[in-house]
Design a protein around this ligand. Structure first.
Ligand code: UT7
Length: 334
């Protein structure tokens, strides 16, 4: 897992993002469930979230983010070899990445979905890196996108106040100098029940003795306190491991880019790692928790604002349903 030993270096050369136009404030939410701006902002840091209207698709949002990332990398869709779409809210359970490929006109690219909930982008970055290092693909678009508004129980104030919709993307390419310095990925299915969006089958008897399960997915259920505890304990561990593999220390970190779930989690992880608050990237006041989109969406904003600069060292960590969690250490640009 010390990536540089394998040979081909990796660079993250483009970023892009897309968000739905409709915004819902905490005050708006308090007309839907019994809550308040005070409760939501003090417990989570979230003030607004974007929501996809029914006509908006995950594929369209994803393609918009990918287009912007491809343009930043000075490529065209025809140059793309692989499209990886990290999502838990596909337009089509058979996969949405092919719809993104069609939307982009990236006819040369092979495209598939990857599901690891809010860790999807981090898991996707490591997956994309394997294809590049193996020499199989050169120009990879990795998208993190989710429309959790489709799957939130809008009568459950414990969850519906947290989530929003969005998409973010990066382009990854081979590079002489390796900019993906280390990673650590983890999973623990024994804690799946703390956060899930599970299929709920109803028995349907086809013939006597032949019954299948039919139905749909149950809206998100979550034990918020357990997920909070898990994140604050486990995320610093994987960050320290990824830094160790990269042969770096906390002092080398320019930016801590965590999955944007809760400001209190960002603060607690930053405190535990002794990373100063000004190095902790946060945009969740504007977008809430956008699941697989949150890391690339925040990265794109920081790059476009000129805060994250070429060569800056970023420690990125995702965590969430599965349970899954993981961290990557990379430097932006060639
Ligand atoms: O991608 C990973 C996704 N998940 C997460 O990141 C979740 C991690 N967990 C959290 O962020 C926090 O646990 C929450 C923000 C979800 C909840 O914060 P908390 O400080 O753990 O609150 P709590 O669940 O202990 O609830 C405290 C009180 C309860 O009332 P009682 O029982 O003390 O009377 C809740 O019923 O707050 C109540 N409450 C609310 N009140 C107003 C829960 N949700 C709301 C709400 N508005 N939206």
């Amino acid at each position: 897992m010390v990536l540089e030993q394998v040979g081909i270096g990796i660079a993250v050369t483009g970023t892009g993002s897309a968000i739905p136009a409709v915004s819902l404030s905490n005050d708006g939410l308090s007309q839907i469930v019994e809550t308040s701006d005070e409760w939501i902002s003090s417990r989570t840091g979230i003030r607004h979230r974007r929501l996809a209207v029914p006509a908006e698709s995950l594929a369209k949002l994803s393609a918009e983010a990918a287009k912007a990332a491809i343009a930043t990398a000075h490529l065209t869709p025809m140059d793309i070899d692989l499209i990886l779409l990290a999502t838990s809210t596909p337009d089509d359970l058979f996969g949405t990445a092919c719809l993104v490929q069609a939307e982009l006109g990236a006819t040369k690219a092979v495209a598939f979905d990857l599901t690891a909930a809010c860790s999807g982008f981090v898991f996707g970055m490591v997956t994309a890196a394997q294809f590049i290092r193996a020499g199989a693909y050169q120009n990879v678009v990795l998208i993190g996108a989710d429309v959790l508004s489709r799957w939130v129980d809008w009568s459950d104030r414990r969850t519906c106040v947290l989530f929003g919709d969005g998409a973010g993307a990066v382009v990854m390419q081979p590079n002489e100098r390796d900019r993906l310095l280390g990673f650590e990925l983890r999973s623990d299915g024994t804690q799946n029940h703390f956060l899930n969006l599970a299929f709920q089958p109803r028995p349907k008897e086809l013939l006597r003795g032949t019954t299948v399960g039919q139905g749909t997915f149950h809206p998100i259920t979550m034990n918020g306190q357990e997920v909070y505890r898990f994140a604050v304990r486990r995320v610093p561990e994987v960050i320290e491991k990824a830094l160790f593999r990269a042969n770096l220390t906390i002092a080398d970190v320019d930016w801590l880019l965590l999955h944007q779930a809760n400001q209190r989690i960002l603060d607690a992880v930053g405190d535990r790692l002794k990373i100063p608050a000004e190095k902790v990237i946060s945009n969740l006041a504007k977008y809430g928790n956008t699941s697989a989109a949150s890391i690339p969406l925040a990265l794109d904003e920081e790059v476009r604002q000129g805060k994250v600069k070429a060569g800056d060292t970023i420690v990125s960590a995702g965590f969430g349903a599965g349970l899954t969690w993981g961290a990557t250490v990379f430097q932006w640009g060639r």
